[in-house]
Write a protein that binds this ligand. Structure first.
Ligand code: IMP
Length: 192
């Protein structure tokens, strides 16, 4: 089975390929000749996942899945949420976003937060949504060098390490994207 994963984020592709059976071939956007940026203009995580998947299916005609993820911090009323990629502004780095959260959380005792991923799958003319949630807490400083994004400041519930201190396999088993993708895989498997 061949499916397009509507992303060019190498970290995400690596994470997802590690979870998929080898019979499932994943094509990335650059591999189908899509070099343009797909703007995430919706106001919800679900909305942006659907928008990206629909863009590819409509323009390129492929069955496709897209994911969108947000970090939702309780003490910040659910921010950065759908704005996680550009929390510190447009064209910022992961580090800028991490520093902004650390700064805003400095005086906060409630460190509870969660990552939420929604995967939208367009398959044979139908659309399906899969959600994965990983609950945890925001640390007071960065720990670890692996992963990407907010990984160095997110410690999943019940663990001593942050995501940035875990291997890809460890993170994949419990992470928001791992859980959403597992649901996607289970769905695809029962179709065959
Ligand atoms: P995206 O729109 O799904 O690419 O995710 C938005 C932002 O959330 C990214 O730019 C990252 O900063 C952050 N993010 C997404 N997934 C993860 C993750 O697994 N770990 C840490 N940060 C993540």
């Amino acid at each position: 089975m061949e499916l397009v994963f509507a992303t060019n984020n190498k970290n995400k592709v690596k994470e997802i390929k590690a979870l998929l059976p080898s019979s499932m071939k994943i094509l990335t956007l650059s591999e189908i000749g899509c070099t343009e940026e797909i703007e995430e203009t919706e106001e919800t995580i679900e909305g942006n996942a659907k928008l990206k998947a629909n863009y590819i299916t409509k323009k390129y005609g492929y069955d496709c899945f897209a994911d969108d993820t947000g970090l939702e911090v309780d003490a910040l009323n659910g921010a950065p949420g759908v704005y996680s990629a550009r929390y510190a502004g447009e064209n910022v780095t992961y580090e800028d976003n991490v520093q902004k959260i650390l700064h805003e959380m400095k005086e906060k005792s409630n460190r509870k937060s969660q990552f939420r991923t929604v995967v939208a799958l367009n398959f044979k003319g139908e659309q399906y949504l899969f959600e994965g949630v990983c609950k945890g807490g925001i640390t007071s400083e960065k720990h670890g060098n692996d992963g990407f994004g907010y990984d160095p400041i997110f410690r999943p519930l019940g663990f001593k390490q942050t995501f940035a201190e875990m291997s890809l396999a460890e993170k994949g088993k419990i992470s928001h994207r791992g859980l959403a993708v597992q649901k996607l895989i289970n769905f695809l498997k029962q179709l065959r």
